[in-house]
Design a protein around this ligand. Structure first.
Ligand SMILES: NC(=O)c1ccc[n+]([C@@H]2O[C@H](COP(=O)([O-])OP(=O)(O)OC[C@H]3O[C@@H](n4cnc5c(N)ncnc54)[C@H](OP(=O)(O)O)[C@@H]3O)[C@@H](O)[C@H]2O)c1
Length: 353
């Protein structure tokens, strides 16, 4: 019998689900138990993800009843949800209930927004529909692994991709009281951040060779980011964020600017941020401005710092599908199961992608 823990993935043919599969394929203690697809049930995994053929051969997507039965039959199960917000909560609730009924040890990391809010009312106000599993909300904590020691709940809500890049930059600034809590951020994301289904504003002919802002100062993830920052630092900050669509497939580059509390050099702020992340395996504070290519397809995030005495700029880069989604979720899953936090995640970026 295999000593590996079976992992179950929701979100089937989506980009993040594909990245979760890629990471499971290289994980020393997990193996794929099953991946749910609403639209491709029983189709070969390699049909949706040809780059994973070598890892999964003739394995196929599964339906919900098959996943449910497999979780009931397992002694332990790692559940990754990469389904869209609004669709994730009900399926997670069903599978957690199945595990509870069967006595299966289960931990879930949800990469959607469904369990990021502390109340169903707060979720409904932002997303415009009722929460599908309000009784489960208290079982989830929303945080980055770098900003919380031990998870106080059995399950985790991953904060998301832009949120990861911004939180890595702002939490050390707020925690050390280095800046006034009024933050300005500008970020650029690659096209995989928009998901697999092509829509007019995000598909290749429109996006290639171009750069444009979207939802300036109205991005709906801002309240989630601020709630995570406050939970990590105790500081209620303001964030004014302008996201952009970039002409590349993977990666996020965010620049956060703020006014310094005390006149400081770039070197001293860099030192403070590096000290905050000392011992964290996936956050590196670099000497100059960080570049997306140095982290794409890896679980590493790079932070760069500049200061002019009165203000500071922190540049933060990561891969939206890895550190900003599947890899960050895997970090949490490793902790929840008591594996090495970095298990399956230490491959460096390929560079020159
Ligand atoms: N893309 C990113 O960079 C990123 C980063 C952080 C967080 N996230 C979050 O991660 C989740 C997945 O993102 P993604 O970019 O992988 O999305 P995506 O490419 O659009 O894929 C989502 C997949 O979910 C499945 N699905 C299940 N129920 C669905 C429903 N009711 N309607 C539509 N699709 C449904 C579909 O696959 P099947 O039909 O095969 O089931 C679909 O391909 C989202 O909640 C997103 O907000 C994404």
């Amino acid at each position: 019998m295999s000593a590996r823990t079976p992992a179950y993935v929701l979100g089937g043919t989506g980009y993040v689900a594909g990245e979760v599969l890629r990471l499971i394929a290289g994980h020393p203690q997990l193996e794929l138990g099953g991946i749910l697809s609403e639209s491709h049930s029983a189709a070969p995994i390699g049909e949706a993800f040809p780059h994973l053929l070598g890892a999964y051969g003739d394995r196929r997507f599964a339906g919900i009843d098959e996943i449910d039965a497999a979780i009931r039959a397992a002694s332990a199960a790692a559940l990754f949800s990469a389904a869209p917000h609004g669709a994730a909560a009900a399926t997670i609730d069903r599978l957690l209930s199945a595990a509870e009924a069967a006595g299966t040890r289960i931990h879930c990391v949800d990469i959607s927004a469904d369990f990021r809010y502390r109340s169903a009312a707060a979720y409904g106000a932002v997303y415009g529909h009722a929460h599908a599993a309000p009784a489960r909300i208290a079982e989830f904590t929303c945080a980055l692994p770098e900003h919380l020691g031990t998870a106080p709940t059995p399950h985790i809500a991953h904060p998301g991709c832009f949120a990861s890049a911004i939180l890595l930059a702002i939490v050390p600034l707020l925690a050390a009281d280095l800046v006034e809590p009024v933050l300005f951020a500008s970020g650029v994301t690659g096209s995989t951040g928009s998901g697999r289904k092509p829509v007019d504003g995000t598909h290749h002919p429109r996006r290639h060779g171009d750069l444009y802002a979207y939802n300036p100062l109205t991005h709906r993830h801002v309240p989630e980011i601020l709630a995570c920052a406050e939970a990590a630092t105790g500081v209620a900050a303001e964030l004014h964020f302008v996201p952009h669509s970039g002409p590349f497939a993977r990666g996020i580059h965010v620049t956060v600017q703020a006014r310094l509390r005390r006149p400081s050099s770039g070197a001293s702020v860099r030192e403070a941020i590096a000290a905050y992340y000392a011992g964290q395996p996936f956050v590196q504070v670099v000497g100059g401005p960080p570049r997306i290519k140095d982290v794409v397809a890896s679980n590493y995030a790079h932070l760069g710092v500049a200061a002019d005495g009165a203000t500071v700029a922190v540049m933060s880069v990561l891969d939206n599908l890895t550190k900003g989604a599947a890899g960050g979720a895997m970090q949490w899953m490793n902790r929840l199961f008591g594996f090495e936090e970095a298990a399956g995640l230490t491959a460096p970026a390929p560079g020159w992608t």
